[in-house]
Design a protein around this ligand. Structure first.
Ligand code: ISE
Length: 337
């Protein structure tokens, strides 16, 4: 069996995935594209090579009998409805991160998936597929380093669009660390706090940047995360895990170190698409390989829901300034691995 995919949402990441599926992924092809803006859908069709159906109504695209799988790449606030439509059609669906922008919307997806009785949803948290993070996990799991105690992360970006908000530093940016760190250390978030340092003069009107997020797990591990999206020097992702017997540092993608003009220097990647390009390829291939067998890999809808509950607590702390509890109510049997 091959996957015949409808891609819902032909903006930046949608176009990336269309190109990826058509040119680098085995066992799948895009057969339909959809965007509320016809021009966007046509652009998606062009990237797909032309020979695909073009829709502006996601219900029609998802229920097209030639379509047997769905990729949702609309903006986060518009994920819920197409993801639920795919579940109701009984078709495997890959939703870009976040699963939805609010925990309530994520819960609606979880409820729909449990009601269907089938695991159909995979959420696009690509860092679980990144070579560096996987190596860090293998080292932690080896036991040689002892128990992790402290994690220090930076999530820095060159700059952001004018519509990027203070809350998006959590829901759009820190959401990656929110998902990947519990996976890395085999633990769950317990309480989270957001502290606002002096705001950068480069941040646009109304945006608080940088932000420091302090997050504690149920097992007592503390993560300190710097989100800094106007750093002006590139896309800079770092993660250091301090364990009882040693320290594990996330390997950065390898660029040559050059000695030139009295300097030793190494390039930093320009943006997230380039930094995680290999992870996206591995992630989508893994989704396809699972979906053809009626399975899911990576982050589940439940993981997406838990990430969103954590994000809501952090957003609350952005104004309360206090540590806020992360309350999930426990993993339902349906999602226990
Ligand atoms: C973007 O949507 C991503 O997923 C990137 O990984 C993240 O660094 C960026 O802040 C988001 O806007």
């Amino acid at each position: 069996m091959e996957l015949n995919i409808a891609v819902i949402g032909c903006g930046m990441i949608g176009r990336e995935h269309i190109e990826r599926i058509q040119n680098r992924i085995r066992g799948a092809q895009v057969v339909a594209v959809c965007d509320v803006f016809e021009e966007g859908a046509k652009k998606g069709a062009e990237i797909a090579g032309g020979n695909v159906k073009v829709y502006t109504d996601f219900h029609k695209a998802i229920n097209d009998p030639d379509v047997n799988a769905v990729v949702v790449t609309t903006p986060g606030a518009f994920h819920k409805e197409p993801v639920i439509a795919a579940i109701e059609a009984g078709k495997p669906v890959f939703s870009e991160k976040p699963l939805a922008n609010t925990a309530a919307d994520c819960k609606a997806v979880v409820d729909a998936e449990m009601a269907s009785g089938k695991h159909l949803v995979q959420v696009g948290f690509m860092r679980r597929y990144d070579r560096g993070y996987k190596q860090v996990k293998e080292l932690i799991d080896s036991g040689k380093f002892g128990a992790p105690m402290v994690i220090k992360c930076t999530h820095r970006a060159d700059g952001v669009a004018p519509d990027y908000t203070t809350a998006m530093a959590v829901t759009d940016t820190a959401i990656h660390e929110i998902d990947v760190l519990p996976w890395l250390i085999g633990d769950e978030w317990d309480e989270v706090q957001c502290i606002m340092p002096k705001t950068s003069s480069k941040a646009h009107e109304g945006l608080k940047d940088p932000q420091i997020m302090i997050m504690k797990t149920k097992g007592g591990i503390v993560n300190v995360l710097e989100v800094n999206v106007n750093c002006g020097f590139g896309y800079d992702i770092n993660c250091e895990v301090v364990c009882e017997n040693g320290v594990i540092n996330l390997p950065c993608p390898s660029f040559p170190t050059v000695r030139y003009a009295n300097n030793v220097s190494t390039k930093i990647e320009d943006n997230w698409i380039l930094r995680f390009i290999d992870s996206y390829d591995v992630e989508i291939q893994d989704w396809v390989d699972h979906a053809v067998k009626g399975e899911t890999g990576g982050s589940s809808a439940w993981d997406g829901y838990v990430a969103s509950i954590t994000a809501d607590a952090l957003v609350k702390s952005q104004t309360s300034g206090k540590a806020e509890k992360v309350v999930t109510g426990g993993t339902p049997d349906f999602y226990k691995k």
